[in-house]
Design a protein around this ligand. Structure first.
Ligand SMILES: [Zn+2]
Length: 266
């Protein structure tokens, strides 16, 4: 760490294109989540010119291997791409797009470069997007990421056992003031516990330890999905308190969904 290499030239890295915006007349600033340097913003000269050679490489939700120059604390530069592909379903479906954007936004807020690179979060995010692109339930993949990110926001819910007596054989509920589960024998300690059903508790516990790389299939009832969404929103709103723009869109979509379903039933 002693030497002062501000710019590393000609480095190869894996990346996922997160977002981009126009810059000046013909250029673009493209944010890429990289496997070696975390989130980096690349200055792409001439990106908006017709026939630009890296055009496909900087489309949103493109991922692959890139070559470029990495600036520790400034803009980076792309030289070329080696092997790229796009998460096609995510890029074409507005709902999947919103889930993927929310995951990326949340990860950016929660994790520093060290955690992204050394603790394997780059791979985890890559896997999450891959699963969503392959048709796994995006709400569930998102829930898993949300639960596993909580500790980086300074909230580490105790989900292994009752926070008071460590029992695991009674029904559980979730208590925000105790920071985790309460067994039935201790429910009286918190009148404001969330009143969750056992199925929701089961998934909260499962999601906190689940390895996305070992996920083959997961089927969660619609009602439980809604309870999970409400519970995680409650924990995030009261204990995390961050704002990721894509989340607002997801919330609006789920409201429309419910309105449409009610119309169907009537
Ligand atoms: Zn207890």
């Amino acid at each position: 760490m002693g030497d002062k290499m501000a710019i590393q030239q000609g480095v190869e890295f894996d990346g996922i294109v997160v977002s981009r915006r126009d810059y000046k007349e013909r250029d673009m600033l493209v944010k890429i989540l990289t496997d070696k340097y975390g989130f980096k913003t690349f200055f792409i000269r001439g990106a908006r010119k017709r026939g630009f050679k890296l055009g496909a490489a900087i489309l949103p939700f493109t991922h692959g291997t890139y070559l470029g120059s990495i600036n520790d604390d400034g803009l980076c530069f792309l030289t070329t791409d080696r092997e790229i592909a796009q998460y096609r379903e995510i890029s074409q479906d507005i709902t999947l797009n919103a889930y993927a954007s929310y995951i990326l936004g949340l990860v950016e807020r929660a994790l520093n470069e060290q955690q992204l690179v050394v603790e394997g979060w780059f791979l985890k995010v890559q896997k999450a997007l891959e699963l969503i692109d392959e048709g796994f339930e995006p709400a569930i993949i998102t829930n898993i990421i949300e639960i596993q990110l909580l500790q980086y926001f300074g909230v580490k819910p105790h989900l292994e056992s009752c926070t008071v007596c460590q029992r695991t054989d009674l029904a559980f509920d979730y208590s925000e003031s105790y920071g985790g589960l309460l067994c039935q024998a201790h429910w009286h300690l918190d009148p404001n516990r969330l009143g969750l059903d056992q199925r929701t508790i089961y998934y909260l516990r499962l999601f906190s330890v689940l390895d996305l790389y070992k996920l083959n299939s997961i089927k969660v009832k619609e009602q439980t999905k809604m309870a999970l969404r409400q519970t995680i929103d409650e924990i995030y709103n009261s204990q995390v308190g961050i704002y990721v723009p894509a989340k607002k869109f997801l919330d609006q979509m789920s409201t429309w969904d419910q309105v449409l379903k009610k119309d169907d039933q009537s």
